[in-house]
Design a protein around this ligand. Sequence first.
Ligand code: GDP
Length: 459
Amino acid sequence: MSVSTSNTQDTIVALATSPGSQGAIAVIRVSGTDAISLVNSVFKGKDLNKQASHTIHFGTIREGEEIIDEVLVSLFVGPNSYTKENSVEISTHNSKYIIERVINLLIRKGARAARPGEFTLRAFLNGGLDLSQAEAVADLIASNSAASHQIAMQQMRGGFSNQLKKLREDLVHFASLIELELDFSEEDVEFANRDQLKALIQKIYSVINKLIASFEQGNVLKNGVPVVIAGKPNVGKSTLLNALLNEERAIVSDIAGTTRDTIEDEINIKGITFRFIDTAGIRHTEDVIEAKGVERTREKMKQARLIIYLFDPTQDKIEAVQEQIQEVKDLNIPFVTIINKSDLITESQRAEYQVLNPLYISAKEQLGIEELKDELLNQVNLSNINTDDVMVTNIRHVEALQHTQTALEKVLYGIDNPVTSDFLAMDIRQALHHLGEITGTVTTDDLLDNIFSKFCIGK
Ligand code: GDP
């Protein structure tokens, strides 16, 4: 059964904390009409049915006379909960055995194991969150940098949806006026002032334009800036990558229990993530710029938002360097010219290279790395991004915005040309439909399935 069509009358249960984690405490989440009475039936302590919302109670979870664990139970009486239903969070000791027994016990008492994202789905279905806010919950949990965190938080708090809601309301108003005209079509009346409508459509159009434009930057902030380190074999690409990553690794490993598995080729500079593309290739010192590799390299470089081009003064002549730089310039992607191995450079070489205005580093001796980082930030020009601004980071939203825009163009055409009101109304409805897809005013089961099935169980 799909998530969206699952029975919302059931009381659902799932582990809300990370399964298999090492922490001291695990939290089991229960939500649904019967959540409180169901937990109460296995809880020994105060009568949970008689306690106020937003209170915490100590007691034991028992199966018959056997104590499974000593727990703390947090009560949320609907609609004052995340899901808007009665909800209970049981904090147990973090033992796989205890967690399984408690969940199984609750299932035997009548709860059902929650599907992925089902708590958040209920929050959405019960009006606690709109769709873009629900999606932001997933983003928030996945966020791994100050920037991605801030964007997700902003979206979850409704910044994005609020802006769209207001526009949608204005448009609904006009749609109904025009539809009213249809009822009087014999009489040739105009309830909807065409100039005002046009001004509104233009305003919406420009807001949507801005939102679509924010996607590129939003996406970069959310997923990281894709970077390619290019240069001939042996110029020091892998040494540089390691220098950048190692420093990071050292910082991260100071925090006990953190692993770097998922951020292997990423570094974080002042809250912005830089993601190195296909660095495995660099590691194997694969030749990335020799003739046969040129096409592949170009393809790779095109995915980058930033290229770090490394030169080695002990092997690269200035003419060859200039030639390569011209090639990168043709790609129209920001790039940083780096002369590596500055520990080996002679004064005359330095003078010769000066026309390129390069950054001198020594990847091996870790010289100039901080300046390089500053330059990376500088190049992606993110300093002018205000993460307080509403920003679109979700491809689904961008697509809906683009569809809205197409519909709005038709409306504008319809206002300026002799188009009958019913066509105008249809185009406005189309625009409303696509705007509604973002916040979930308009949904289909497929859409909901697609979104919520990507959540983890317990979310
Ligand atoms: P790649 O093929 O571009 O990845 O180059 P490597 O990172 O494998 O480096 C090639 C050689 O250059 C290795 O022997 C490195 O130790 C050396 N190397 C890299 N960076 C520097 C540097 O800044 N100074 C010096 N002296 N040697 C370097």
